[in-house]
Design a protein around this ligand. Structure first.
Ligand code: ADP
Ligand code: MG
Length: 699
């Protein structure tokens, strides 16, 4: 028997071919199922109205009931703006449509009743509401009591009658036809554990709620279902990949690792570093391919973990590589690793875009001959000519800058794919990690090396600049060094570049030669000039480093104690946190100063406040998620893959976590989903796994 839910939407009473087409085009509704999943985005209490006279005292949106007393169209450039005068028994207010008001005009009848919902704004002494939701009524008492679902619509949909009310009507047509057609698939024990509403009831209640409470319960049930299936999918994919892909067995922890650990490690590992190394060790020693994400705040000591893991690969007769997103960073990693390994008999090499052709050739040969143990570099590592004798592990630093395709290239560098460890310095909120990396293993370094002092962060306005400069002078006099960073959203942006140069000039005037030396680094410089300036600064030969965000990631100069960020309002939270992480690496008290002018938007204020209040990268990432949303953080391409209809990763964090816990519990109880009570969920899952392409992000 054919599933009623798959019936084409045109067959629904009140739709038909022409209107069906617009539903498909504009709302992606092709079948009954699609309409059922076209969820209302909010509810209004039909019985609760504000009065026009309440408006000045009401924060947020208002709902009004009243009559139309007139309208006019006002020319604005090439388009027309629609202004409607609307009145209730307490006063008059203007409703405005800057565009898209055409469908309303034929319905505007003098004295006609309507219900209006929107946010009122003040213009001079008067208020108006721009683009309100409007519903025309046949009389003052037409609307009944209770809750009403509100659906998204658009001009083209509205022109054919699919206002929010129009959707309400066709949904009312649809639901009776679906009685006993919406089948439960969650196991009984899970329903009971979480006290969930049944699937059918949830779909009915979400569209036609009997109360706020029931609407909410319906939402929780359907969001849980959505996130639970996603988590089941991720966990299964992880299992499947593990079974399918044999991994190199790197089980020996041998001479190199031990020599380094016992003789050359200049400090004790933190507990978190030890734990993470152990996790990785048992993973790469198991014969299963490793796909692991290593998260840790800036300065938590990821590089060292990476190095020690690479030593294990070498102990097992393999080579290792480490890829960084910029040349500066690759250089820095190279230097750090060379220093750490100075007393050991290992060959470390560097390959970047600016490696000379002749050197490159030699390097390629040595690599193929297995003479190079560790190769550090940039994207240059991905080129086809770069071939290894036996690559055992690839470390990718600062993951968010590399695309999926680039990472997958690393795989082909060996007969059996090398183990992959991705390190990210931008802590990702747990909900995002669970959803976007749910099919990877995750290790977290949640502890800082001892002796670090909290960086003191302050926000200063332009008017305090002289004081700020005086402060810098004091620090420099104490022998410390200073970063001053300018935003350069795009390295080619002329205006930003000029700002940087103006800033540089002002700073060299305030801190003149020969007493002070100022370095500058920006994207337009030649790599060798950049390196030279970086080197001067890191060797303490210059006092101030004026730079753009090229220094954002990874740079390590422990003597630098002040980070000044110019036009700090232009930076995102994770970027600010990254930049701040450049200081506080030595034993001295460090400072971060966020400079802005007085014009600040709400979000900018929140970002600055968060920076001043906390140094905890994970807390910062949670705020970032609330401000920007998951799409912006993970890249729209990746967030599109999820295609969540109902859930919102920033607001539904609790449900995400619950879904993960319950998915793990189910798999623990019945790994193959073969029990009788689990057959329906098994079926749903099989379908999902078949329909969606495999999008493991690292493999
Ligand atoms: P990130 O995690 O940001 O990449 P790094 O690996 O650059 O951090 O480490 C930051 C600094 O801390 C480096 O100078 C490193 O040598 C030092 N470091 C790393 N681990 C420890 C430790 N266990 N004890 C003391 N210092 C450490
Ligand atoms: Mg680092």
């Amino acid at each position: 028997m054919k599933n009623v839910l798959s019936t084409p939407i045109v067959y629904l009473k009140g739709v038909g071919p022409k209107r069906g087409e617009i539903l498909q085009k504009e709302a992606n509704i092709h079948t009954y199922r699609d309409l059922l999943n076209y969820f209302p985005f909010r509810y209004i209490d039909k019985s609760a109205y504000h009065k026009v006279s309440d408006i000045p005292f009401q924060e947020g949106a208002v709902q009004l009931k009243g009559q139309i007393i007139g309208y006019k169209e006002v020319k604005q450039g090439r388009t027309k703006r629609l202004e409607v005068r609307f009145e209730d028994e307490t006063g008059i207010i203007e409703l405005i449509w800057f565009k898209g008001g055409k469908w309303i005009i034929p319905k505007l009848e003098k004295g006609g009743w309507a219900k209006v919902y929107g946010k009122a704004k003040k213009y001079g002494a008067k208020f108006n509401i721009a683009h309100p939701e409007i519903e025309f009524l046949n009389g003052p008492n037409e609307d009944s009591l209770g809750l009403q679902a509100v659906y998204h619509s658009g001009e083209k949909l509205q022109n054919l009658g699919f206002t929010s009310k129009g959707f309400e009507r066709i949904v009312a047509q649809l639901l009776p036809a679906l009685k006993n057609q919406i089948h439960e698939f969650l196991p009984d024990w899970l329903m009971a554990d979480l006290n969930l509403m049944s699937r059918e009831q949830a779909y009915f209640e979400i569209h036609q709620p009997s109360s706020y409470e029931m609407a909410q319960k319906a939402q929780v049930r359907l969001k849980f279902e959505e996130l639970f299936i996603l988590q089941m999918e991720l966990l299964f994919r992880k299992e499947i990949t593990k079974k399918k892909i044999k991994g190199l067995k790197l089980e020996t922890v041998g001479a190199h690792f031990n020599e380094f650990y016992k003789e050359h490690l200049p400090f004790d590992l933190t507990g978190a570093q030890k734990r993470v190394i152990k996790e990785i060790r048992s993973d790469i020693g198991s014969g299963i391919h490793m796909n692991r994400l290593l998260q840790g705040d800036v300065g938590s000591g990821k590089t060292l973990v990476a190095l020690m893991v690479m030593l294990i690969a070498i102990d097992n007769g393999y080579q290792a590589c480490m890829m960084a997103p910029t040349e500066i960073l690759a250089n820095q990693h190279y230097n750090t690793i060379c220093e750490f390994l100075a007393k050991m008999d290992l060959k470390v090499a560097l390959l970047t875009g600016s490696t000379k052709k002749a050197d490159r050739k030699i390097l390629h040969e040595q690599l193929r001959a297995g003479e190079i143990n560790i190769l550090v570099g940039t994207h240059a590592l991905l080129e086809d000519v770069v071939m290894y004798k036996d690559l055992g592990i690839a470390i990718i630093d600062e993951q968010h800058r590399f695309g999926v395709a680039q990472r997958s290239k690393l795989w082909k560098k060996n007969l059996l794919p090398p183990h992959i460890l991705v390190m990210t310095a931008t802590p990702i909120p747990r909900t995002l990690a669970l959803t976007f990396y749910g099919d990877l293993d995750i290790s977290v370094i949640d502890e800082m090396p001892p002796g670090r002092k909290e960086i003191q962060t302050s926000h200063r306005f332009e008017s305090a600049r002289l004081n700020v400069f005086q402060f810098l002078e004091n620090e420099i006099t104490k022998g410390r060094q200073v970063y001053i960073v300018y935003p350069l959203i795009q390295e080619s942006e002329k205006l930003d570049y000029e700002n940087l140069m103006d800033g540089y000039e002002a700073i060299t005037k305030r801190f003149p030669l020969p007493k002070y030396k100022v370095s500058i680094v920006h994207g337009k410089m030649k790599p060798e000039d950049k390196d030279y300036e970086m080197k001067m600064f890191s060797e303490g030969k210059t006092n101030i480093m004026v730079a753009t965000t090229v220094i954002e990631v990874g740079v390590n100069v422990p003597n630098a104690s002040v980070m000044v960020i110019e036009s700090a309002q232009k930076f995102g939270l994770s970027q600010l946190h990254q930049l701040r992480g450049r200081v506080g690496r030595g034993a001295d008290q460090s400072y971060c100063i966020l400079m802005t002018n007085h014009k600040l938007g709400e979000d900018a204020k929140k970002r600055l406040m968060t920076m001043v209040e906390t140094n905890d990268g994970f807390k910062i990432s949670e705020v970032d998620l609330k401000l920007r949303g998951p799409g912006d953080i993970m890249g729209t391409q990746q967030s599109g893959l999820l295609n969540l209809k109902l859930s919102d990763l920033s607001r539904d964090a609790q449900i995400v976590k619950l879904a993960r816990i319950k998915a793990e519990e189910l798999i623990e109880r019945d790994p193959n989903l073969s029990e009788k009570g689990h057959q329906k969920i098994a079926q749903v899952l099989r379908k999902v796994l078949k329909e969606k392409p495999n999008w493991s992000r690292i493999s």
